[in-house]
Each structure stands twice: as C-alpha cells, then as structure tokens.
Design a protein around this ligand. Structure first.
Ligand code: PRP
Length: 225
C-alpha cells in the first residue's frame, strides 16, 4: 500500500450500514479545508477531489455519496431531504431561516462577518444619516443596523462586494473577511465585526431520525477528526 494511502486510512473508517448517506459539500475554499478533515475521519476522498465535472462523487467503500454544490445551496438540499447531511458556513444559515439540525461545528472555514468601508472615512455616520450598505447578506445587515438604530438602505450584490464603496454604489459593505487581504488591496478597512463564522454540519431532521444508524457513525468520526 502506498505511504499516502496508509496515512489516510490510519483511523477506523466510518461505514454507513444498510444504505448510502448523501452528504452535500460546498465547492471552493471550504472544500480544501474539509478534505483533510474527511481523510482524518477515515473517508476515502479520492473521488471527491478528482478533477472532473461530475457533481455526484461516490465513496462506495464507506457508503457515502458526495454532492458538490455552491455553498449557498447546501442547506436547501438538506432541508428538502435531497441530502442527509451538509457542510455549510454559519453565514449562510444566518442569512436565511432553514429547518435544519446543526449537530457539529467543524471549526473550519473560519472568518468574520464585518462592516467595512474606505480607510479613513467617518464611521459611524452622523446621526440621522441613511447608510447605504452593499452586501450579499441583506438580512444579516438589516438586523445588525436595526439593533444599533442606524438607518440603512441595503443593496444586494452577489460578489466582488468591495467594489461598491469604491464606485459610489454604497457607503459600506457587510461581507466575509478571512485574511483581510481583499479589503487591504482595495483600500478598505473593517469598521466593526458582526460575528464569527465557521462551517457546521447540518442534518435533515427527519433523515436523522430515520437513518440514525447510518448517520451517527459518520458524525462521530467527523467529530473526533
Ligand atoms: C470572499 C469575501 C471577500 C473575500 C474575503 O469573496 O466576499 O471578498 O472572500 O477574503 P480575504 O479576507 O481572505 O481577502 P470570494 O473570494 O468568495 O469571492 P466573491 O467576492 O466573488 O464573493
């Protein structure tokens, strides 16, 4: 057995007895951090990391099917039962209400949801001023500013949010900050943090009851990894 494979299988591999467990995972940054955790938990991630356009990847040995999704879509698949489990950032769960069970914080994908704007600009604004906020998280932003009594107009944007204050679209942004590099390179600063974010495992409530025997060993293995 090659050295790399031996290391990967060092822990007892969780096996889903009596049928598949379907797990929705986010493509992109978080997947890079998730793969070592899955390997430490005993999963075979060869299919998951293979460079193909297939959106369903199988770990037949351990009875797991992985669905590769946009991060925002993970909770939708789990809520409707198309997936039994999912891995999703708390930011996504804060923005929209889902009927999901969240049994495990994986401690990966750590970042912050923050208010940011041009370096040196006056913040908070003069009382009574309506602050224009560009964000992919309008509900999080509205809740945050309402609690402070700050009048806001939220403008929904999908990405490259940092452009909004640079072009006059908005005064500030509410966005994820991980290393802070994107802000720095665009002449922006964090004005205040709203909350910490990390990735959690979410489970379909009914599926968790009906497939507990299959799902529990997988959650245990992930929790110990
Ligand atoms: C996210 C986020 C910030 C950036 C923060 O964007 O929206 O722009 O990462 O990371 P940093 O603090 O390490 O620089 P993403 O890369 O997901 O792309 P997007 O702008 O298209 O949303």
């Amino acid at each position: 057995m090659p050295e790399a494979t031996r290391t990967k299988r060092a822990r007892p591999a969780p096996v889903a007895p009596n049928g598949r467990v379907v797990v929705a995972v986010p493509k992109g940054r978080v997947l890079e951090q998730l793969v070592p955790r899955l390997e430490a938990a005993g999963f075979d991630t060869d299919a998951l990391t293979r460079s193909t356009r297939q959106l369903i990847r199988e770990d037949a040995e351990h009875g797991v099917s992985w669905l590769l999704l946009k991060p925002d879509d993970v909770p939708t698949y789990v809520e409707y039962g198309a997936a039994d489990l999912g891995v999703v950032g708390r930011d996504v769960l804060l923005e929209r209400e889902y009927d999901l069970y969240a049994p495990l914080d994986l401690g990966i994908g750590r970042c912050r949801l923050s208010v940011a704007g041009p370096t040196g600009a006056a913040y908070p604004p003069t009382p009574g001023t309506v602050l224009r906020v560009a964000t992919k998280f309008p509900h999080v932003a509205t809740r945050h500013f309402q609690a402070k009594g700050q009048l806001v107009e939220t403008i929904f944007v999908q990405g490259s949010v940092e452009l909004a204050p640079l072009t006059g679209l908005a005064d500030v942004i509410v966005d994820l900050v991980e290393t802070g590099e994107t802000l720095r390179q665009n002449g922006l600063d964090v004005y205040e943090d709203i909350c910490e974010v990390s990735s959690v495992v979410v489970a379909n409530r009914v599926g968790l009851k009906l497939k507990r025997a299959q799902i529990a060993p997988l959650l245990d293995a992930l929790g110990r990894s």
